[in-house]
Design a binder for this molecule. Sequence first.
Ligand SMILES: Cc1cc2nc3c(=O)[nH]c(=O)nc-3n(C[C@H](O)[C@H](O)[C@H](O)COP(=O)(O)OP(=O)(O)OC[C@H]3O[C@@H](n4cnc5c(N)ncnc54)[C@H](O)[C@@H]3O)c2cc1C
Ligand code: SF4
Length: 499
Amino acid sequence: MTLRDYTAVSGEQTIKTEVVVVGSGPGGAAISRVLAQAGKTVWILEEGPAQSNFRPNMAHTNRYHMQEGGAMVARGRKMMPIAAGRGVGGGSLVNSAICFRTPDHVLSGWTHVLGGDDRYRPQNLAPIFDDLEALLGVATTPESIAGENNKLIVRGVKAMGWPGGLVRRNTPSCVGCGICNYGCPSGGKASVDRNLIPMARKAGATIQADIKVDRIEVTNGRATGVSGEVRHPDTGEVVGRLNIEADLVVVSCGGIGTPRLLHHAGLASQLGPATGKGLHVHPGSAVLGRCDYPINMWKGATQGAWFEHPDMPGVLPHTMSVPPAALMMLVARAGLEAKASIKTLSGYSGCLVMVSDKGEGSVSATSDGQALIHYDLLPDDLQRIKEGMFVTAQVLLAGGAIELSAPVHGVGKHKTAESLAQALQPTTVTDFITYASHPMASCRMGVDPATSVIGPTGEAHGVKGLYLADSSIFPTSLGVNPQLTTMAMGTAIGRNLVG
Ligand SMILES: Cc1cc2nc3c(=O)[nH]c(=O)nc-3n(C[C@H](O)[C@H](O)[C@H](O)COP(=O)(O)OP(=O)(O)OC[C@H]3O[C@@H](n4cnc5c(N)ncnc54)[C@H](O)[C@@H]3O)c2cc1C
Ligand code: SF4
């Protein structure tokens, strides 16, 4: 129905509704669509702007479409940037559109954690995935828009004989401009603001953007509403406060945002010790492969190819697609060396290598509502990243690269994968540039309130009428890119709620 921005609120206002959903990313959009289509009166509250505000510029993207200005970091033995999207559509606005279904073995493992509850078994989620993939136009990236960067990976994987190739993405009208992480300027990406959110709106849902929820009201053990400050999206000036009284409160603020809000709102003690614990992030690093012909890794479908080594479950390399400015930071040092490297940038291909992490971190909140994230990479996870980098180097060379390097201190340049692996061997986590954009499992679903926050229906153990529906609820790490699983879980929880 209505898409409201900050101008709709001035001073303090209170509204009554059946359901309020906080956060409009893949999880919030999916559950809102189901509840609105079932006839519920739904309000969706979103911290980010109402309209996408895309520019092919990292500072601009961070300002408008990344949570906490793109400056969220996990503290530990070293700092690791953690990225999460913001705006109506959440992470789907700025993600690379890679779509994997949850692996069957992961879902089967969840049944055990859920005390035998089998609603998320592969066969039960399959029809939801079918439905979502059709809505989002998920398909294998066409070769015509792959670009040389992805084609090199496809060639290399084929030569090595491993599973992989062009990846499935939700980009039915993609023209291969390669800037998905700044938002899609042509509408080629089917981010949830283009499908699930409009479907919820068509069914009557109201969206209020520019509001950061900071309170969740609980009366006699039951959630009764939320409240947040509404700000001007450009100046940050507070224009008012919106209180929503609701029969049902759904928090869908993402793997960092949900525990951040629950802690900031003072609910952690009621919700139990698992609130914000068990964070997984799919940490990773990268390998670059320089070629003696133009690759232009910023052209072609963003991250359009992938592979896996048959003996390395949970290690998932994808094509790396970054613009020249970001590539420059990875390959260059300073001064004349940086100047000289400009000429070589077009020849670089590369892969990000992420792992399904065994290590776990935690999320809470500072007194002003910022995320307080702690995460230490386990030695075992770092070792698997290094092994993944070795096989990635093999793929890059087999695809046509002639020289290897990596964003790891002191590793240098190499002509063979073995030599790169040898150089990586003595390195420690402090030598690595690591990165993560898949925060999840920080408010887990389970049956034991000591180790989980919500039960299999999505309702919190400690507060009636409070539901979570986003990537924070996964009982484990996934091992694949999480947006499709997040939408499937949001859809399933919504369907459970409306019977
Ligand atoms: C750069 C990047 C690339 C990625 N690439 C891929 C990919 O190719 N494939 C894939 O599967 N996944 C990818 N991901 C991850 C994927 O986008 C996320 O897993 C997914 O968006 C999670 O959905 P969510 O609903 O849990 O949370 P989010 O998408 O994070 O949505 C949460 C929303 O809640 C809002 N919010 C937070 N706190 C508040 C508050 N207090 N009040 C109001 N609103 C609030 C946020 O602004 C945000 O819009 C990528 C992520 C990033 C950042
Ligand atoms: S590669 Fe370009 S056109 Fe394709 S989905 Fe991404 S931003 Fe849109």
